[in-house]
Design a binder for this molecule. Structure first.
Ligand code: NAD
Length: 331
């Protein structure tokens, strides 16, 4: 079967081509993002493979299903960018890669914490510019600091586990607690209120759902400790960015590390260094010395890319063979 692979980069081609071809299928790599404007590129394919900033709306699914689309393969864990109701209605099957390497994202989240805490982003630039002053670079010991993990799935638990290695006090919240997992890693559940009000560092690891959209907003920010550090490696839409900027301006939030941004769709994964940045909210965020932004790269390790490629190929092959794939998303 031929499969159109959208938003493909060199690193996708490198890992996906051999994995899909080994199953006897033929990938066609397209650099374009898939959205309502580019639907025609997917016409005629029974299978398409998409990434986090491709978007498959109800309109897109209806239109492509009429042109033969049967399978959507997400090479991501999150699936907020696919209208699952429409997929169900039009008989389009959707699969994802639920766990390609939770280590990649957890390690990255901790990397952001350490970078912000010890001001490594500033130190790097200072030394290159011949400035060896240590003024303004003071951090804090991670030991005994309270770290609040929101969402204790695969990535959240591992992030907490790594932080326990620093002897931090790790608390967590999840509406579906994994009590044994948390206990094994030395973390304990508290209410969301307690987590928000008592944590020195808060790291987000829950999915973007209608119920979690803007869960970090002016009200929840207002309840946090003064100078709190906020880390988001999950999905940008969890944070109301305008409210966050206000909280940064008045010092409520001390430091922010974000690998994801709520309006990243038109920007991320592309080199736009020759273009004018049109997103004024994002531009304002970039002006804060205590905000570190990365372009959705937390997943980007060799191990993760290998697993994504292999699981995507397995999902496709299982669909074709009529077997339920491991990564199937059921409504
Ligand atoms: P997971 O499904 O294993 O865990 C998500 C957890 O969030 C679950 O335990 C769930 O019960 C919990 N949850 C649901 N609603 C919640 C709420 N309202 N409050 C608190 N917790 C809630 O997912 P995972 O593999 O750990 O991934 C977590 C998120 O990380 C994904 O949803 C994805 O958006 C993001 N992610 C980002 C990258 C990246 O490169 N930046 C890569 C992979 C995943």
């Amino acid at each position: 079967m031929e499969i159109a692979v959208f938003s493909s980069k060199k690193y996708d081609t490198k890992y996906l081509r051999p994995a899909i071809e080994a199953k006897g299928h033929q990938p066609h790599f397209l650099q374009s993002r898939l959205d309502d404007e580019t639907l025609q590129l997917a016409e005629g394919y029974a299978a398409i493979c998409i990434f986090v900033n491709d978007s498959l709306t109800a309109r897109g699914i209806e239109s492509l299903s009429k042109k033969g689309l049967k399978y959507v393969l997400l090479r991501s864990a999150g699936y907020n960018n696919v209208d699952l109701d429409a997929a169900d209605k039009f008989g389009v099957k959707v699969a994802r890669v639920p766990a390609y390497s939770p280590y990649s994202v957890a390690e990255f989240a901790v990397g952001l914490i350490l970078m912000l805490n010890r001001n490594l982003h500033k130190a790097y630039n200072r030394v290159r510019a011949g400035n060896f002053s240590l003024e303004g670079l003071t951090g804090f010991d991670m030991r005994n600091r309270r770290i609040g993990i929101i969402g204790t799935g695969k990535i959240g638990l591992l992030t907490g586990k790594i932080c326990r290695g620093f002897d931090s006090d790790v608390v967590c919240y999840d509406p579906y607690p994994n009590v044994d997992g948390a206990k094994e890693y030395g973390m304990r559940y508290v209410s969301l209120d307690e987590l928000l009000e008592t944590s020195d560092i808060i790291s987000l690891h829950c999915p973007l759902l209608p119920s979690t959209h803007h869960m970090i907003n002016s009200e929840t920010l207002g309840r946090m400790k003064d100078g709190v550090m906020l880390i988001n490696t999950s999905r940008g839409g969890l944070i109301d960015t305008v409210a966050l900027i206000k909280a940064l301006k008045n010092g409520k939030v001390g430091q922010v590390g974000m690998d994801v941004y709520e309006h990243e769709g038109n920007m991320y994964f592309e080199d736009s260094s020759d273009s004018i940045l049109l997103d004024d909210v994002f531009s304002r965020l970039l002006t804060f010395h205590n905000v570190c932004i990365t372009g959705h790269q937390a997943f980007l390790t060799r191990e993760a890319l290998e697993n994504i490629a292999q699981e995507t190929a397995n999902n496709l092959d299982d669909f074709i063979k009529g077997v339920e794939p491991k990564g199937i998303i059921k409504k």
